[in-house]
Design a protein around this ligand. Sequence first.
Ligand code: 8DG
Length: 125
Amino acid sequence: MAAVIINDGRVLACERSAPPEVAGRWEFPGGKVEPGETEEQALARECVEELGVRVEVGDRVGPDVSLAHGRAVLRVFNARLLGGDMPRALEHTAMRWLGVDELDSVHWLPADKPIVAELPGLLSV
Ligand SMILES: Nc1nc2c([nH]c(=O)n2[C@H]2C[C@H](O)[C@@H](COP(=O)(O)OP(=O)(O)OP(=O)(O)O)O2)c(=O)[nH]1
């Protein structure tokens, strides 16, 4: 579960700090659903934990993408910042807001590429 957060025509990309195999690769903020949570609740919780922001979870973005180990899928949703909250990198090494021309400027995790491919349409509306 991960969140596409768009603000002012740019999307939030986050650099992973761990584990070592993926540290330095870029992703959308998120994490796993815990027992008893809906997907929306899980994503909202992850946005509080990782970014310190409240969000409203919206529509799906892109396909379900199988993760390399085959035990889970990456599922991504639009998320809208609430109450003027602005993300801070509480668990990531770095954060960047990427415009449509900058989507290829970070080293995305492999599973994120089909999601990134959907972004030009979302960033230009
Ligand atoms: N959050 C997130 N995870 C991604 C993306 N792309 C991608 O391949 N993944 C993978 C990395 C992990 O194997 C898995 C997500 O787990 P995670 O590492 O974020 O979750 P976690 O267990 O560390 O976090 P938590 O739920 O304990 O907070 O999905 C992405 O864009 N965002």
